[in-house]
Design a protein around this ligand. Structure first.
Ligand code: ADP
Ligand code: MG
Length: 336
């Protein structure tokens, strides 16, 4: 899956964009005055705000340009099409201006800011980090406490592959559900006297119980602290090439997202259960924010077709399948 932006600067004042994505419908063209970064404001069509936000948060003013955007990342399915668009745009602006921020973190953070300020989506930082820092053949371990990253080589993966399955049930990221999860986590951290749940561990869940925290607060916090531990364990498993253990952790992660964080859906649960029934599947879980969207399954290469057939037969809807391997982040492509 890839998002490409192709464009050229000109001497005029208007920046013109065309997106060939289905998601933008009839309003696939956008036009605005680029001018100074400070004067760019969000507006219609909404999809162009991802691009405008990147221009506004770039390190310098850029000339007006004409550009076309093409993407094979399904939008709104939890596969980070918005971050792909932001990071592709930012990379395009780097080429246009010949300027880059000193550190890749600054690029990811500028793209996150673009999404916050220009589209009103209070997204986290994972999508932009992996779009900027992805390295072929590696997973990225990101600690959101201090934004420290580590590339984890996925060695000995020759016999295994990731299968992404789009439930084609739109991910209704209900803002009230999202806020409820956030509020519970802040509440749990406050009860524990910690800055965030990043500083908590499984023993703290007992403390929450003894301090009479609500059931919801306990469950949300339990998901977060166990997920942090699973992430660290998964990085170790990958480093050792222990895909069986990595798959088990994926399963535990889904079960915790379903039972404690309660962000799964019957469609995602059904796809995950179907995948796990196939011999040769190591693990399967939802990916993205939940409430619909996609699952990701780790499996032996030789059972891919069998797994797809089984998932199709068991799922009530019409899923779409993508084979994925860990690829590099955004980069300039020269057209000669
Ligand atoms: P996700 O990032 O999980 O795909 P989001 O809701 O965060 O879902 O982002 C989807 C939105 O991003 C779309 O509704 C659209 O506004 C914008 N978008 C993504 N890809 C494109 C594209 N190729 N062209 C135009 N807009 C896009
Ligand atoms: Mg997104």
């Amino acid at each position: 899956m890839i998002t490409v932006i192709v464009g050229k600067p000109h001497d005029g004042v208007k920046t013109k964009l065309v997106s060939l994505s289905d998601v933008v419908g009839a309003t696939n063209e956008a036009e605005f005055e680029a001018g100074s970064r400070a004067n760019i404001k969000p507006g219609e069509p909404k999809w162009a705000n991802y691009v405008k936000g990147c221009i506004a948060n770039f390190i310098c003013d850029v000339p007006a340009f004409n550009a076309v955007i093409v993407s094979t990342v399904p939008a709104g399915a939890g596969l980070s099409s918005s971050a792909a668009l932001e990071v592709a745009t930012y990379t395009f602006l780097e080429t246009l201006s010949g300027k880059k921020p000193e550190k890749p973190e600054e690029k990811a953070l500028a793209c996150q800011k673009a999404e916050h300020n220009f589209t009103g989506v209070p997204c986290g930082i994972m999508d932009q980090f992996i779009s900027v820092m992805g390295k072929e053949g590696c997973a990225l371990l990101l600690d959101c406490r201090d934004l420290i990253t580590k590339q984890i080589p996925m060695l000995h993966m020759d016999n295994y592959i990731f299968l992404i399955t789009n439930s084609n049930a739109p991910h209704k990221l209900s803002s009230s559900a999202y806020c409820e999860r956030r509020d519970c986590c802040f509440e749990a951290a406050k009860i524990l006297g910690k800055k965030s749940l990043r500083d908590a561990n499984i023993n703290d869940i007992q403390t929450l119980i003894s301090r009479n925290a609500s059931d919801h607060v306990i469950k949300r916090a339990r998901h977060v602290v166990t997920e942090i531990q699973r992430t660290l364990d998964a990085a170790i498993a990958l480093e050792k090439g222990d895909f069986q253990q990595f798959g088990r952790l994926m399963n535990e992660s889904h079960d915790s997202l379903r039972d404690d964080y309660e962000v799964s859906s019957k469609e995602l649960d059904s796809l995950v259960s179907a995948a796990r029934e196939v011999d040769g599947v190591l693990g399967s879980r939802l990916t993205g924010a939940g409430f619909g969207g996609c699952t990701v399954t780790l499996l032996r290469k030789d059972v891919v077709n069998k797994t797809i057939q089984h998932m199709k037969a068991k799922y009530a809807g019409i899923p779409a399948f993508y084979i994925a391997t860990p690829a590099g982040g955004a980069r300039e492509i020269s057209i000669n």
